[in-house]
Design a protein around this ligand. Sequence first.
Ligand code: ZN
Length: 141
Amino acid sequence: MIEDTYVSTKDMPWLEFGAGIDFKILRTSQETGAWTVLFRCAKGAAFNPHRHLGGGEYLVLKGRMEVRGGAEKGGITATTGDYGYEPNGVLHDETFFPEPTELYFTNFGAIQFLTPELEPDFVLDFAMLEELGRSAKRQAA
Ligand code: ZN
C-alpha cells in the first residue's frame, strides 16, 4: 500500500538550528535527498552564505526575508505569502530576516554552508537533519 505522509506541525517542538533560527522537520527522503522543513527565524537572524547543491523552493508564511541584500540592493525581499525557487548551484550570500519570520522550505538535495570568507563550513543534508531530529528527541526524553 502506498502511504501518505502527514504531520501536524503545531504539535511538533521547534528544534534549534542555531543563531536565532529554529526548525521543524516535515519530511526527509533518503532516496532522493530531498527534505522539507519549517524555519522560524528571529528578528535579526541570518543564514550564513551557502550554495544550493539541489534546487529548493520556499513559501514565506509570515515575516520578511532578504536574499542578496534585499530588493533595495538588487536582491529579493520576500514577505508573507511570497514564493521563490532557488536553482541547483545558486550561491547565496547572507540571507537576513529583519523581522520574526516563518517559512516553508523544500530542498531537493544538500546545502553547503560557507564561512563569511566563503570557505566551506558544513553540508546540511537529509541525514544531518535526521540526526538533529534524533538528538533533539533524545534530549527531550
Ligand atoms: Zn539560499
